[in-house]
Design a protein. Structure first.
Length: 87
């Protein structure tokens, strides 16, 4: 249960920061968490590929943030900028 809470917390922080950097605004609580959690998996996988060991909460947030930014960049490239505009 603790690991799930930490994953959601890291996802929320990383997703929110990544969406602020990429769009200038948060995307909402649920989408920030989804992007952050998926970014954590992507960032952890990429860190493992290049031989970087990730330990500690701050390092996990940084890796998740990098992964989330990559995901948002790919999403923006595939869907277009209009998907990030708010009404």
């Amino acid at each position: 249960m603790d690991n799930l809470f930490v994953l959601l917390l890291v996802g929320l922080i990383a997703g929110f920061l990544a969406s602020k950097v990429m769009t200038g605004a948060g995307m909402g609580l649920i989408w920030d968490i989804v992007v952050g959690v998926l970014g954590a998996f992507l960032g952890g996988w990429l860190a493992g590929l290049i031989g970087i060991a990730v330990g500690g909460l701050l390092a996990e947030i940084v890796v998740a943030f990098i992964g989330a930014v990559i995901l948002l960049f790919i999403f923006r490239a595939l869907v277009g900028r209009g998907a990030f505009r708010r009404a």
